[in-house]
Design a protein around this ligand. Structure first.
Ligand code: ATP
Ligand code: MG
Length: 415
């Protein structure tokens, strides 16, 4: 047998950990549904072009992080590194752009070749929402509010700050880009090699460089606010007024940008201090040019994606599964009866553990190990009398219950 480890940057979610993930997946479905968003699931791989077109050749994701391969038919495919491109491709494939607005949420695995660390994996999971066909600031307000309500439902809003910025419309951005490039050229000797290279290809990306030298230069860079057209400034003011009205706090971060041409107006991130340097839990913005860039009819869009690993580390799962009832049949006849009894109880919603074998001591030990709340013990004598001993494993007390009443006595009361 070759290596028995999982591949670097991947992770097995064992049953103990699954409730934390489930909690996050359930939360986006619950909150998304109340906002009228429907679930969409697109394939885990797409033609490589789908991501290249939408993410751009200069993005980190396309230039260094994609899992790209040729399949046996020679098709160039890529494991999806994010969700938006696939959703956009899907609505175009299905001819849905005539019936906007389209409101979707998604959840599932994503793949990026990155240096693994806490909160950064090669296979990770995202939940996300996309709102297509809404050009008004009401769309931005809605998706941000949905994100805030999701974080609130997960109990992490208190540890999280919403950072927000605008990158304006095309005219704002062109004016800003010229000013930024002029400024950066004047400080070129202080920039990292990466940023020097980005300076002409994709200058906005210098603003979110993590290099300390770059950051010092960026601190005094021109601000987007000074280059916004009146339309772009109004748009952003309306978004902020909506958040104010809803009592959603935020912090202006003038350097929160997206480098690609189809991004515009609002950019935002919910950031926590509780996860070290991987503090962004949910990130999004407006992407009015994306569908047009992919070859579809010009359709505005706004959305976000959140990291499930990061959220599941922060949030306590809401409910745990009900505790089990352990069946402890003693002898062949009881063993046979236990099969039938277990099924009836399970159909009534009771979590049942069937001990599979062994003597009383071994079975009681197992009941204890799985944390069962009660044990139902019966041997030939009980069977002959049509009863069983129901033992409370927390208190130690024991009561005799007629087998015919067991399902009723142990059934889960449903609201
Ligand atoms: P970063 O700057 O941290 O690399 P990013 O800009 O690549 O982030 P997005 O593409 O905006 O991240 O993804 C949205 C969210 O998905 C992130 O805020 C994060 O919570 C999560 N995420 C992104 N990459 C990973 C990863 N490799 N492992 C785990 N979670 C991730
Ligand atoms: Mg990244």
């Amino acid at each position: 047998m070759a290596k028995l480890q999982s591949v670097r940057g991947t992770h097995d979610i064992l049953p103990d950990e699954m409730p934390r993930y489930r909690n996050v997946f359930d939360a986006v479905a619950e909150i998304g549904t109340t906002y009228g968003y429907g679930e969409i699931a697109t394939p885990i791989f797409e033609f490589t072009e789908v991501f290249k077109r939408t993410l751009g050749d200069t993005s980190d994701v396309v230039s260094k992080e994609m899992y790209t391969f040729n399949d046996r038919g020679g098709e160039g495919l890529t494991l999806r590194p994010e969700g938006t491109a696939g959703v956009a491709r899907a609505v175009m494939s299905a001819g849905l752009l005539q019936s906007v607005p389209l409101k979707y949420f998604y959840r599932g695995p994503m793949f990026r070749y990155e240096r693994p660390q806490k909160g950064r994996m090669r296979q990770f999971h995202q939940i996300g929402v996309e709102l297509l066909g809404v050009a008004e600031p009401a769309g931005d307000i809605e998706v941000i509010t949905l994100g805030a309500d999701l974080l609130d439902r997960l109990g992490v809003m208190g540890d999280t700050v919403l950072e927000i910025n605008t990158i304006g419309d095309m005219d704002s951005r062109n004016a800003y880009r010229d000013a930024l490039v002029a400024y950066l050229e004047a400080h070129i000797d202080q920039l990292s090699d990466d940023s020097r290279e980005r300076l002409h290809r994709n200058p906005l990306r210098v603003l979110d460089s993590k290099d300390a030298g770059d950051r010092a230069v960026v601190a005094d860079a021109p601000r987007f606010d000074d280059y916004l057209t009146p339309h772009a400034a109004d748009f952003f003011a309306t978004v902020l007024a909506g958040l104010d009205r809803l009592g959603i706090g935020y912090r202006r971060n003038p350097f929160l940008v997206r480098g690609l041409d189809y991004y515009c107006h609002t950019t935002f991130e919910f950031v926590t201090g509780r996860l070290g340097s991987q503090g962004t839990v949910l990130a999004g913005g407006r992407y009015d040019g994306l569908i047009g860039q992919m070859g579809g009819a010009e359709t505005p869009g706004v959305g976000w994606a959140a990291g499930v690993e990061r959220l599941s580390m922060l949030a306590e799962p809401r409910s745990v599964a009900p505790r089990a009832v352990a069946l402890v049949p003693l002898g062949d006849a009881a063993e046979a009866e236990a099969l039938v009894l277990a099924r009836s109880l399970r159909r009534a919603g009771v979590v049942v553990d069937l001990g599979y074998g062994g003597n009383l001591k071994k079975r009681m030990k197992r009941a204890d190990k799985i944390g069962a709340a009660r044990a139902v013990i019966f041997g030939d004598d009980e069977l002959a009398r049509g009863v069983a001993q129901v033992k409370d494993l927390d208190e130690g007390g024991q009561t005799e219950v007629a087998l015919a009443d067991l399902v009723d006595r142990l059934a889960v009361r449903r609201g």
